[in-house]
Ligand binder design. Structure first.
Ligand code: G
Ligand code: G
Ligand code: MN
Ligand code: NA
Length: 255
């Protein structure tokens, strides 16, 4: 429970910031997007292990506060890239079940990006399948529809690891599927991982949904995914999550 108190204090003291991991084209390694990932600084200014957030996210007040901070941080960083003429397309922000339950997520997103004058077409909402649990699915669908009408893109994160993954594709509008790392790990063997990834790629192509493979750690995995028709990916093989300053440099050189 120490971590919950730590995250609470860091939120109050503005010691939460966004790091960014590039999303690349697997054929050219060109950067086409970013995923924002929360990082916490200690009072001494050192980045603390990112695992602190997993436990804290079970506290709905902290999850709500974290999303608020991340929306503000990301909007400000995007503003600075746009102002500097840095080539930048999309950034994904992770949201959780608790964010939808209050019913004001749509307004919070509009406010955060409008405050910085950032158009919502630059923003991807990353939701995982847990947001459909607990009876919030109607609220999720309504909020997401309104945001998509303003140009925001929706990504289903950790795809395939949750409950009833395919059901959500039936009645929830999705622009991007992020294939979970657990499937990518086994992709270079002819096993169930390859079969499942192949099936997801086929479904996505037929539904006009883009695919991002997550957690790519080797060139072999990247090659195999590319030969299977996967166009986009992210992972340590390409780049680890990094500060906004480092990301500015990466975008300048590789976007
Ligand atoms: O960045 P990664 O290293 O270690 O993050 C650990 C976990 O914390 C992941 O499951 C990730 O989805 C989650 N996480 C990271 N950043 C955010 C964020 O901004 N919001 C939410 N809700 N979860 C985040
Ligand atoms: O839950 P979500 O998919 O949003 O979280 C992504 C998590 O995966 C982050 O914690 C991020 O730091 C981590 N990550 C990104 N690329 C890799 C990778 O290649 N290998 C591993 N092990 N983790 C990764
Ligand atoms: Mn994510
Ligand atoms: Na994921």
């Amino acid at each position: 429970l120490r971590t919950i108190a730590d995250v609470d204090a860091a939120l109050g003291e503005r010691r939460i910031l966004a790091n960014y991991q590039p999303i690349v084209r697997l054929d050219t390694a060109q950067i086409v997007g970013l995923e924002a990932l929360a990082r916490m600084k200690s009072r001494e200014g050192v980045i603390v292990d990112a695992n602190v957030f997993a436990a804290a996210m079970s506290d709905s007040r902290l999850a709500y506060g974290l999303t608020g901070r991340m929306l503000s941080e990301v909007a400000r960083d995007v503003r600075s890239w746009l102002d500097a003429g840095i080539p930048f397309q999309h950034v994904g922000v992770n949201v959780t079940t608790g964010d939808f339950q209050k019913g004001d997520l749509e307004q919070r997103i509009l406010d955060a990006f409008e405050f910085e004058g950032v158009p919502l077409r630059h923003v991807i909402l990353e939701v995982n399948e847990s947001v459909f649990m607990g009876g919030a699915d109607k609220m999720v669908a309504r909020a997401v529809e309104k945001l998509r009408a303003r140009g925001l893109l929706v990504a289903l994160d950790d795809f395939g690891t949750g409950f009833a993954s395919l059901t959500h594709l039936m009645d929830f509008p999705v622009d991007i599927i992020k294939i979970d790392k657990s499937f990518v790990d086994g992709i270079t063997r002819d096993g169930p991982g390859s079969a499942i990834v192949g099936a997801i790629i086929d479904i996505a192509a037929k539904m006009n949904i883009r695919i991002v493979a997550e957690g790519i750690e080797t060139a072999e995995q990247a090659d195999r995914l590319r030969s299977m028709g996967c166009v986009l990916g992210q992972g340590y093989h390409y780049a680890r999550p990094a500060s906004a300053a480092v990301t500015t440099d990466l975008l300048t050189r590789f976007a």
